[in-house]
Design a protein around this ligand. Structure first.
Ligand code: HGY
Ligand code: MN
Ligand code: MN
Length: 417
């Protein structure tokens, strides 16, 4: 066991991977699942876990499990993910992984012996940045997505998830619902950087999560007529970019209108609807070319499935109308949906008791803990983020707060184990 592994703080562990997957163009980090940077992080995690005496296994869905002793049943599992959004921060995902390693190191140093099976998990493709569906590893594991559909998902270069699994040394026919893995999980606790300013406003370092808003992703495809930017009269165009632009504005207007309606009711700001277009692709993408195709990816989150679907339908109606006006074809395709989550109240309250009554807060961000909540008891801890920013380079958690996060995780694990 290396001395680094037994003594390193969460911040020191993060510093070890600070150069992996830096994105010189976007800033921050781009660590797509099974790309070289993410593979380097997996190897780095494996080295640390092995140095801590854990037995590391890769499941059929590309998720890593580092077991302290024999695997399950009724195991306590903690962990998070190592992949990032394009140009993401250093903490979303890795903080939960390094905190788990630091917690194991502390428990080892203290001579602690778990009375239940225990594992640290690293889930694959949590952000969906490569294959489009967030939490792909935990969705597959828990049966929230069909293996056939997941295996056929392709990245921007046309590489399928099946091919990526194969390249990572996995057999794609093993992907899918993994009842044996689920049966091993007694409880999953994910520590995560906070993705807002709630804890800064409260002056508190650690919170326990209550739930996650319903959310999903949709693809809007506008097909027009490619043509010459110079020779095509303004009155004779079917420009999908124009229709797409109208849909983006509709997203803002519909999202804001839904927010106003929500604020007239009883709902809290945390449960307010959000609608975003953060990704646009234009084919062929030439300055002097009227595009033939424009695609938008829409992210919608709200308090309950009905509110999400109502907002998506309204944006879809506006987008369809804009496409018609421009003489373009329009398609709306659901890429993924995650129902509203309420984390297991008994586990939440037990953890809150151990931590002496921290704030209980909801989140609008998706997590593997949210997907797994459909099948096993799950809980989350949040660590204060002074910038309040996430999915961007300014995401942050201070060294002291990271250590308070590890303190909290150790206390929770000691209680559960
Ligand atoms: O997009 C999300 O909410 C998450 O960070 N995967
Ligand atoms: Mn994220
Ligand atoms: Mn995350």
């Amino acid at each position: 066991m290396s001395s680094t592994s037994t003594t390193a703080t969460a911040s020191a562990l993060l510093a070890e991977i600070a150069d992996v997957g830096r994105d010189a163009v976007r800033g921050g980090y781009t660590r797509r699942v099974f790309d070289p940077a993410e593979l380097e992080l997996r190897a780095w995690f494996t080295d640390h876990a092995v140095a801590l005496g854990l037995d590391v296994r890769l499941d059929g869905n590309g998720n890593l499990w580092a077991w302290w002793g024999a695997p399950g049943p009724d195991a306590v599992v903690t962990g998070s993910h190592l992949d990032s959004v394009p140009g993401g921060g250093a903490f979303d995902g890795p903080l939960g992984v390094v905190s788990a390693l630091a917690a194991v190191a502390r428990l080892r140093s203290a001579g602690f012996t778990p009375s239940r099976p225990f594992a640290v998990a690293v889930f694959a493709e949590e952000e969906g940045s490569r294959f489009g569906v967030a939490c792909l590893g935990s969705r597959l594991l828990s049966g929230a997505i069909d293996a056939d559909r997941a295996l056929a998902l392709a990245d921007a270069d046309g590489v399928t998830f099946a091919a990526a699994l194969t390249a990572a040394g996995l057999d794609p026919t093993r992907a899918g619902l993994d009842e044996a893995a689920l049966a091993r999980i007694g409880v999953f606790v994910e520590l995560h950087v906070e993705q807002g300013r709630d804890l800064v406003d409260r002056g508190v370092a650690i919170a326990v999560a209550t739930g996650i808003l319903a959310h999903g992703r949709w693809r809007l495809r506008f097909t027009g007529s490619g043509n010459h930017a110079g020779t095509t009269p303004m009155t004779d165009r079917h420009d999908p970019v124009v229709a797409a632009a109208a849909a983006i504005l509709a997203t803002r207007h519909r999202g804001t209108a839904a927010l106003s309606r929500t604020m007239q009711g009883e709902a809290s700001a945390a449960a307010a609807p959000r609608a975003t277009v953060g990704r646009i692709e234009v084919i062929p993408g030439g300055t002097n070319v009227i595009a033939s195709l424009a695609e938008l990816w829409l992210d919608v989150r709200a308090d309950g499935e009905a509110a999400v679907r109502e907002l998506v339908a309204a944006i879809g109606d506006d987008a369809r109308a804009a496409a018609k006006l421009e003489g373009c074809a329009f398609e709306l395709h659901e890429e993924s949906f995650a129902p509203q989550v309420t984390f297991d109240p008994a586990v939440r309250d037990r953890i809150a008791g151990v931590l002496g009554g921290p704030p209980l807060i909801p989140t609008a961000a998706g997590h593997d803990a949210g997907i797994l909540a459909g099948r096993v008891p799950t809980a989350m801890l949040f660590v204060r983020n002074p910038s309040g920013v996430s999915h961007a380079p300014d995401e942050f958690a201070g060294e002291e707060d990271c250590e308070l996060g590890v303190d909290a995780l150790v206390a929770v694990l000691e209680d559960l184990l």
